[in-house]
Design a protein around this ligand. Sequence first.
Ligand code: CMC
Length: 429
Amino acid sequence: MGKEVAKLTLPGKEPIDLPVMKGTLGPDVIDIGALSKLDLFTYDPGFRSTASCESKITFIDGNKGLLLHRGYAIEQLAEQSDFLEVCYLLLFGELPTQSQKDKFVIKVKNHTMIHEQLIRFYSGFRRDAHPMAIMCGVVGALSAFYHDSLDIHNEEHREICAFRLIAKMPTLAAMCYKYSIGHPFVTPLNKMGYAENFLHMMFSVPSEELIPNPVLVRAMDRIFILHADHEQNASTSTVRLAGSSGANPFACIAAGIAALWGPAHGGANEAVLAMLQEIGNVANIPKYIAKAKDKDDNFRLMGFGHRVYKNFDPRATVMRKTCYEVLDELGVHDDPLFAIALKLEEIALKDPYFIEKKLYPNVDFYSGIILKAIGIPTNMFTVIFAIARTVGWIAHWNEMISSPDLSINRPRQLYTGPIIRDFVDVKKR
Ligand code: CMC
């Protein structure tokens, strides 16, 4: 049987055969690469119908609510694995054996400290700077410190960069918080696990070392797992786009952090909490539901809806369960924001507007409540997303750089500006 083709027929032209590509899962994809040779382009703002690359890392079926990393369901990974094991899986394609895992964990831990000189960067920022603003700066600045690993065509260099970024992100993130409250920075403790160490760097002080509560550590680890990767989302696509020009990985990840910051993407977890606080009371929910449905009001229910999930977000299910565990452990199951969140969810899920538009709670609807209960300040929520997503960004960057088809990503446009005209001297305008 010959290869499948799609036929494109344009008025007054011969039909064009376009190859149909098949993945291991998911819909077929039409390869339109040949069109540019004919000076033809497709139009898809927002990339709703465009596969920007081929990838073996993560698969999402938005209609079934399915999320797989290297073939493993996110629910199983969240229940049975831990964040560093998921990092290994995303980076290398397979779950590690015990000895591979041990070696990997040691390698990551070897890189948790940051260069002393980089510490000075923090004092250049205002104390009330948003931590994502600081993260954009300090992560980009890593490329000014690690010249020894910047050859992107060297596999070993790429691996060291991956270890450095995964290991240093929690350190850099916790430093943003410590700086904002005027506390001294806390040195990472490598005897601790990844999530445990992060909580330690956030909440220990020199006069009193914090031994983090294991239930909260597990919740933090789960938040990291659930945010680790999500195929070609806005920030990952940004990392790939930046990386396609040959830019170094630290600069590319800084670009990813910038893209993640927006409220339609990683900034949503912070926006959810702000929204719940603004609603303030269960009795006010109908007013906000009405606002969300009003075409003339740009208010949206934060934590609802997703570009890909049109059924439910499987990460939200795990997050909801974790939320109960954390609130039970801390004895705050009557948390007023959680009560508002549950009621909002109940009302929205019965409302025809949300049903018709397939708007379900997403991962960020619950993560904010968990993080707030742990004691993480609201403006650090998106930073935590960035810590977790770093591995996804690097896995995709690495996949792209090691691909034989690597070429600069350069989209085209539909130009609707003025046609050619003569320059007019300023005196005659
Ligand atoms: N509240 C009210 N209406 C909504 C919402 C919402 N949260 N989300 C989408 N809609 C409506 C939207 O107004 C539009 O209506 P109409 O067809 O009448 O114009 C319709 O649903 C489709 O919306 P869209 O903007 O075309 O959908 P999208 O795929 O471009 O946007 C989204 C996806 C996540 C940006 C959007 O649902 C949203 O803004 N949600 C709130 C922000 C949020 O929670 N983001 C976190 C996403 S999960 C974390 C991550 O992966 O980054």
